[in-house]
Design a protein around this ligand. Sequence first.
Ligand SMILES: *[C@@H]1O[C@H](CO)[C@@H](O)[C@H](O)[C@H]1NC(C)=O
Ligand SMILES: *[C@@H]1O[C@H](CO)[C@@H](O)[C@H](O)[C@H]1NC(C)=O
Ligand SMILES: *[C@@H]1O[C@H](CO)[C@@H](O)[C@H](O)[C@H]1NC(C)=O
Ligand SMILES: *[C@@H]1O[C@H](CO)[C@@H](O)[C@H](O)[C@H]1NC(C)=O
Length: 751
Amino acid sequence: MMDFCNFFSALLPLLVLEKANITRTNHVMWTMGTDFKYQYAHTWFRQMDKFIHYVNQDGRVNALYSTPSIYTDAKYATNEAWPLKTDDYFPYADRINAYWTGYFTSRPALKGYVRTMSGYYLAARQLEFLKGRSKAGPNTDYLADALALAQHHDAVSGTSKQHVANDYAKRLSIGYEEAAKVVETSLASITRSSSKTDSGNKVTMFQQCLLLNISYCPSSEVDLSNGKNLVVVVYNPLGWKREDIILIPVIDGNVIVKDHRGNEIESQLVPLLNASLAIRNYYSMAYLGKFPSVTPKYWLAFSASAPPLGLNTYFISSRKQKATAAPSKNQVVYSSKEKQKDVIEVGPGDLKLVFSAKQRKLIGYINSRTKVKETVRQSYSFYTGATDIKQASGAYIFLPNGTNSLKPDHQALTVLRGPILDEVHQRINSWIYQITRVYKGKEHAEFEFIVGPIPISDGIGKEVVTKILTHMKTSKTFYTDSSGRDFLERIRNYRKDWNLDVNQPVAGNYYPINLGMYVKDDDKELSVLVDRSMGGASIKDGELELMLHRRLLHDDGRGVAEALNETVCVQNKCSGLTIVGKYYLRIDPLGEAAKWRRSFGQEIYSPFLLAFTQQEGDGWTNSHVSSFSGMDPSYVLPDNVAMITLQELDNGQVLLRLAHLYEVGEDKDLSVMASVQLKKVFAHKKINKVTEMSLSANQGRVEMEKKRLVWKVKGSPEEVPKVVRGGPVDPAALVVELAPMEIRTFVIDFN
Ligand SMILES: *[C@@H]1O[C@H](CO)[C@@H](O)[C@H](O)[C@H]1NC(C)=O
Ligand SMILES: *[C@@H]1O[C@H](CO)[C@@H](O)[C@H](O)[C@H]1NC(C)=O
Ligand SMILES: *[C@@H]1O[C@H](CO)[C@@H](O)[C@H](O)[C@H]1NC(C)=O
Ligand SMILES: *[C@@H]1O[C@H](CO)[C@@H](O)[C@H](O)[C@H]1NC(C)=O
């Protein structure tokens, strides 16, 4: 050990001086440790003591134990002016051919689960607040902890071993079970009416359907021919009024949908085709250990609306049979004849997608309202993962060794049309299937992808991507989100402030897509939003690609020591993991796209929360509250503001975070100061005191501002951007101002 110390204590001053040469100020941070190193901390520190002793004998440097805050204070004390950096360092490579861009997609099912649970947690906490947090009963804390753990850099990233990934998922599942009870009792309490007759003491038992992604919902797959009503409570976690299409599986097509006023509303039946049924059967066996007892024939689609932080109730019942049952509004049109025509236009509203029956794929996008028309082709392909012993493609690293485009299967397109939505089914091959949906009243296309099991019998790992190809002139530039907030400009093979050498043209230009990405030309913007984090890029002008799934057979040597080879086992037979997910596409006139990206982005993250129960006869509305708003019924949040936290804390105080969704200059109408009236948000309660906090809510904003270091910025004062922030909150008026991209955090005491 002595020799080791001598050697390094002679070397370190040289390394430090080299680093100091390219570092501002004469303080250099030398980080110690890495994964697992402090499991034997005493041996670590004993060596470090000696090390520091010998390094300081050299005389050129002074080594000392430090901490990030001591280091920061020392930097600050030098009074240096610092250059501003607004772009980031992505993507990262630790050596040639080793771009850490594979983990953007690794374990797509876990990534999807984390995303679904985060959105659910947000809604569950709102409902926990609306009912009042229960000291004894179930709460949302376990789910909070599980989600926090899942944010670890080897958890949601997909870079843990399989048995560890299983544990993360198990914790989420335990947390969900408890949060679901909170949601169900809260909805029972909100819908229980005290003034109405027959409210009694009967507590409604609600059920939810977490597995709609595999077309499985026992609560809606029920026999209604006995005259029972299926009650569907639709809760909206957003601070805006909202309308959305609900799709639930039903076993019988002879049903009608009524709103809470008792009026029948338009609905549509969409046949559940084989591909979805196969996933349903296989995955209900994998998740629940049993096949479903019934087989739904259709998706029942209808449009639902709900007030901000509020709910509406819908009723599904059997249609009373009439002898001359005229074709109902529930239209099922299965137009297989369209095979003959080459060009097929789908979409019941302003948006039409154009498909070629011959090529069996998407070829165009037309919006008759905005007059946007664009050639859009969509295709699937896969990269083969490199297997070189020096560097393989693996959980962290994306290293493609060639690409294979997948020609669509010879099976004709299946087109299902109706008044509410059209669907196009495409079988790409035996392991990729796609359902494209266009809804009336929505101007985006929804792509549902079913990918897997990725075949490996040829001994080759595969990384599956979908590409969107247009003729747009995008001059190497595209935009991807940073943690779902600001969009950063990405330029292929280029960095503004240093000379970049990209030696992997694909992997070296990949970015994490959490909310979405877009490209633009002189007159339009093409945006894609995702349902979970995944990798994405624009490798050629006019093109976008998303990596949806990956299965690899070699370890990439960064610490997992396992191949990323996810499997699912049913009755001891294992096959590669299949994932079902969605992405959304829309093209807007230039400068008008941010509205959709921001507001629909919120809708993806916070879908309607559905709860089901059954009721004999039509008495529900007489005995229950069937429409409710958590805010003042005349109030909605401004279009540019979202409520990102509403949580009752242990001590009865309430934590509130409001976020401005737009960047400076992002939208001509919405990148402006917004204001939120807290009295209207909390119309059902009386606010006693509002305290503004730091973002993490562990200190008051005033105290934080006192301690905050004000750094000198390099450049002339005009170059330094002015930061605009909302003003202080007047304790009587209780109006919160938010400037573009601002997030404000409050702790509220109620009387
Ligand atoms: C769907 O599956 C059923 C039963 O497995 C089969 O009989 C039918 O031919 C399939 N239909 C199509 C269109 O593949
Ligand atoms: C790339 O693929 C070829 C076969 O197509 C194979 O011979 C070669 O070893 C692979 N290279 C790496 C780095 O995986
Ligand atoms: C991948 O998983 C399959 C299915 O469990 C298994 O047969 C195969 O040996 C695995 N391969 C590697 C390299 O882990
Ligand atoms: C379906 O959703 C559940 C819950 O979010 C998730 O755990 C599961 O991986 C999804 N299944 C598929 C096949 O994508």
